[in-house]
Design a protein around this ligand. Structure first.
Ligand code: GLU
Ligand code: ZN
Length: 283
């Protein structure tokens, strides 16, 4: 049984790029006679707003999508992410990182040419080398910290890993490209990487469909799946829609939010078309 999902973050109104992504997941499920889920990725409480969650529901319903209830809302499931973190911590694969963004920037600059990953310069690893005593002292003193994955050690334990992208074929997992990723912060108790991996497994998602911009992130997710004994779904990373200037849709394109198009009198059929889904592709 194919199970797909659309997993937006309620940080703004949905635009045509989101519509493409939602329709893509929906069409894959329909074509396979499978199930389509919706998940609200609202872990980052500083950026997410409940009114945008409501707007997502109404925009997607207006577009003609149907999804299963209840919808998984990430902010209601912090216990699940905590359990995954505890498990990784128990395996000795997490360490507290007390560096501020400035500390990291300074260290990267001082190093001359620091290796870069898909999300920017790699964490230089300063806190990986703190002594247990120093960690204890800083924690006791209430210094805020993030939890980072000791990626190299984790990869050593799992051995080589692979995952399947339905478009690009078999991929060797390269989580090392990201270095020691942050899995939790003081104000964000689970990172995107952790929450998405745990949730796709808990929801039984068998085919993860999402934009090409998240292709590389899958390397990290594959490592987390291996460490946490989670099933490995198939992946498709779809193209990103662009406007007439070849730019990706983003929040700045207010005129192309689904809300604005709908208020301007466009029909759901027209908007599906603009989002790259001709009528006959949605059964
Ligand atoms: N919530 C993520 C976003 O809005 C997408 C997560 C995913 O599909 O893996 O970009
Ligand atoms: Zn650090």
């Amino acid at each position: 049984m194919t199970i797909t999902r659309f997993a937006p973050s309620p940080t703004g109104e949905l635009h045509l790029g989101h519509a493409h992504s939602a329709l893509f997941a929906f069409a894959e499920a329909r074509a396979a006679g499978g199930r389509f889920l919706l998940r609200i990725e609202d872990i980052d409480r500083t950026r997410c707003r409940p009114e945008f969650t409501q707007a997502i529901f109404s925009d997607l319903a207006w577009l003609g999508l149907e999804w299963e209830r209840p919808v998984r809302i990430q902010s209601e499931h912090f216990d699940d992410y905590r359990a995954a973190l505890d498990r990784l911590e128990g395996m000795g694969l997490l360490y507290p990182c007390f560096c501020t963004r400035q500390d990291i920037a300074r260290e990267v600059e001082g190093a001359g040419h620091a290796p870069h990953g898909p999300d920017g310069p790699l964490y230089p690893g300063h806190c990986r080398h703190l002594s247990p005593a120093e960690r204890g002292e800083r924690r006791a003193a209430g210094q805020p910290f993030a939890l980072r994955l000791h990626t190299e050690e984790a990869m050593r334990r799992t051995g080589p890993l692979a995952w399947r992208d339905r478009t690009r074929g078999e991929q060797s997992a390269r989580p090392d490209l990201f270095g020691d990723v942050v899995l939790a912060r003081k104000d964000t108790p689970a990172s995107y990487h952790l929450a998405v991996t745990v949730d796709d497994a808990l929801q039984g998602v068998t085919l993860v469909t999402r934009g090409e911009d998240l292709f590389a992130a899958t390397h990290v997710h594959r490592l987390l799946q291996a460490l946490l004994d989670l099933p490995v779904p198939d992946y498709v990373h779809h193209r990103l829609l662009t406007d007439e200037h070849g730019r990706r849709y983003a929040k700045r394109d207010r005129s192309l939010t689904l809300r604005a198009l709908r208020e301007a009198g466009r029909t759901p059929d027209e908007v599906r078309m603009l989002a790259g889904f001709a009528e006959e592709t949605i059964p």
